[in-house]
Design a protein around this ligand. Structure first.
Ligand code: HEM
Length: 232
């Protein structure tokens, strides 16, 4: 147990944990977006996909995945605060000029965009997983076939984003996610010491490339529903 906790005690270990949890979250975001883009393949495609996720391993697998994701997310968050506190302790007076010259706006605002993402995820789960914010459009309430609840994720998403305020909230969150990934989706290579030699350029370009890809994919879904390009 002690050996397991050792990395969390050193600064390099904490950065490595931040990097590994960051990669796992990036993979989740890319996978989630790919699945959600099935909305463009029609009602049945995305509903089949949702049913597959919920029924895989008789429903047990989704709980393993949910708890795993929660643990990864919580670790990433706690490490961010711990590392920030340590940095402040080590350097109580900030080198304003140096910081501004060397660090991009995205890297200096990781905490801010990270907190916006946290708030978004709380809202997003209340919206699409629990149906607390929009009970009338939750899951199968409007399923024209009148089958049980989990059936119609398609209509839940489309009707959800037909509301300008809801669509607006999602679009703002996608901008925050884009800025967060701009720095974070490449900086994990630095945290794991993988940004040397030929990999330096890859680590510099990876963040912006993934950030723009995720922004394009997620924004497309929201706008297509809001503008009626995809409808129920
Ligand atoms: C336009 C973009 C997005 C759409 C359309 C979308 C759609 C959905 C839907 C439909 C669900 C519920 C799935 C179900 O219960 O069957 C869901 C759950 C979830 N989403 Fe998203 N999502 C989007 C963006 C994001 C982003 C950017 C993140 C994270 C950064 C995220 C994180 C989650 C999480 C953690 C869950 C809970 C998973 C679970 O219930 O097991 N989503 N999303």
């Amino acid at each position: 147990m002690n050996a397991l906790l050792t990395p969390a005690k050193t600064s390099i270990g904490k950065k490595a944990i931040m990097g590994v949890t960051g990669v796992l979250l990036v993979l989740f975001v890319l996978g989630h977006m790919t699945g959600n883009l099935l909305i463009f393949a029609g009602r049945d495609a995305i509903n089949e996909y949702a049913r597959f996720l919920h029924e895989a391993g008789h429903g047990a697998l989704i709980w393993v995945a949910r708890l795993g994701l929660l643990a990864v997310f919580a670790t990433h968050l706690v490490m961010a605060f711990v590392l920030r506190a340590e940095n402040r302790k080590a350097r109580p007076v900030r080198y304003v000029v140096e910081d501004t010259l060397q660090a991009s706006w995205a890297s200096r605002n990781m905490m801010l965009t990270g907190i916006v993402m946290f708030l978004f995820i709380v809202y997003h789960i209340a919206h699409f997983t629990l149906g607390a914010t929009d009970p009338e459009t939750f899951k199968g309430s409007f399923d024209p076939r009148g089958t049980e609840k989990l059936e119609d994720v398609y209509q839940m998403v489309v009707r959800g984003f037909q509301k300008p305020v809801v669509a607006g909230l999602y679009l703002v969150a996608q901008l925050a996610l884009c800025v967060h990934l701009w720095h974070g989706a490449g900086s994990w290579m630095q945290s794991l010491g993988l940004n040397r030699g030929k990999l330096r350029q890859t680590s510099r370009l990876m963040g912006p490339a993934i950030a723009l890809l995720v922004l394009a994919g997620n924004t497309l879904i929201v706008l297509a529903c809001l503008l009626g390009i995809v409808s129920v």
